[in-house]
Design a protein around this ligand. Structure first.
Ligand SMILES: NC(=O)c1ccc[n+]([C@@H]2O[C@H](COP(=O)([O-])OP(=O)(O)OC[C@H]3O[C@@H](n4cnc5c(N)ncnc54)[C@H](O)[C@@H]3O)[C@@H](O)[C@H]2O)c1
Length: 337
């Protein structure tokens, strides 16, 4: 099987490619990525040495870029990880979220139709459901929960979900969706909570925590998310949505304290809250579990593995903080590898 992975130079896509090649899960992987600030070719350094892997720099919102890859590669399946993914950036600059996260998905869906009804999997988020009150129990979101996105980011992801499901219903395109909770693990850009906290702790700076740190997220190790996506691609029912989560709710403050304890040093400071900050996410992953999936990495183990990775890959995250990764990315502009 040849899989086109869009957004593979980012966090979860990069983990997906590394796992798929390591576990011989795909005959060939083609990655297409625009290399925005969130894309990092160092993340793909292992894959680039593998003859089963090819990289194209391209924009999912550009029909010409997308069709060129489809024509040259004829993928059997597309997994779309490409997105603008940071809520704070969506509050500051919403328009690029509409272009990539909505129009980009439309361009991919059209290409899947045009080039032979290609199997399409959209990687979505639990944030499309909005938030839940703090302190609730047994009220996790199911696939039938209403969509109530709070931020421009989550609204753009919800829009893409509806578009993908409409292509399934109207054109019979074989589409599946996964809506996952917060991921963590190696290769995560240090603007998201866990790598942000870790890189502050490792540089001896206090970790900024929004509000009072009481907001609750459900956490899943990225490799477990990738395993769920692979299974949905193989066994998922077209036209269906699968919630994916770790059944692992933690407040932001609990997460930061656990990181400080794992590193053995560090402190935090409270900062002004994010506007419209979602209080709590909780997801019911029973439907994905019915396919035979379950998270394998408990939170404490995943956190230890993540801390160990950031400790042993200083050059990766320091290259982001000092901006030098952008120069390396430029070597891949305009070329196919
Ligand atoms: N990180 C999480 O906790 C989480 C949780 C649930 C769902 N998701 C979803 O998973 C997907 C991947 O998230 P992530 O955390 O790896 O994101 P990320 O920001 O780390 O990576 C996104 C990647 O997409 C690329 N990209 C951006 N715009 C593009 C465009 N127009 N064309 C081609 N490539 C483009 C970037 O260069 C980058 O490599 C996203 O769709 C996100 O909504 C993320």
């Amino acid at each position: 099987m040849k899989i086109l992975v869009t957004g593979g130079a980012g966090f979860i896509g990069g983990n997906f490619i590394a796992c798929a090649l390591r576990e011989n899960r795909a005959d060939e992987i083609v990655c297409m990525d625009k290399l925005t600030y969130a894309g990092n070719m160092h993340t793909l350094s292992g894959a680039l040495k593998d003859p089963r892997f090819r990289f194209y720099r391209g924009d999912i919102a550009c029909k010409k870029d997308v069709e060129e890859v489809f024509r040259k590669e004829s993928p059997d399946a597309v997994i779309n990880f490409a997105a603008e993914s940071h809520v704070d950036r969506s509050i500051a600059h919403p328009s690029v979220f509409l272009k990539t996260n909505v129009s980009g998905v439309g361009v991919l869906l059209d290409a899947c139709r045009k080039y032979g009804n290609v199997r399409f999997h959209q990687v979505s988020t639990d944030e499309v459901y909005g938030d839940l009150p703090l302190g609730g129990k047994g009220d996790a979101f199911t696939e039938d929960s209403p969509l109530r996105p709070s931020s421009p980011y989550s609204a753009s992801k919800a829009s893409a979900d509806l578009l993908a499901l409409a292509y399934s219903r109207t054109y019979g395109l074989p589409v599946t969706l996964s809506r996952c909770s917060n991921n963590y693990g190696p290769f995560q850009f240090p603007e998201k909570l866990i790598p942000l906290a870790l890189t502050h702790i490792l540089r001896g700076e206090p970790v900024p925590v929004y509000g009072t740190g009481e907001n609750v997220r459900d956490w899943l190790f990225a490799e477990d998310h990738c395993a769920a996506i692979r299974l949905i691609l193989q066994k998922g029912e077209p036209g269906r949505v699968y919630n994916v989560g770790g059944r692992c709710e933690r407040s932001n403050l609990e997460v930061v304290r656990a990181l400080i304890s794992a590193v053995g040093k560090g402190e935090y400071t409270f900062v002004a809250d994010r506007p419209g900050h979602d209080l709590r996410y909780a997801i019911d992953p029973s439907f994905a579990e019915s396919l035979g999936w379950a998270p394998k990495v408990p939170f404490e183990e995943g956190l230890q593995r993540t801390v160990a990775w950031y400790l042993s890959h200083e050059e990766w995250w320091k290259g982001i903080l000092d901006g030098s990764y952008r120069a390396y990315n430029k070597e891949f502009y305009g070329s196919k590898r």
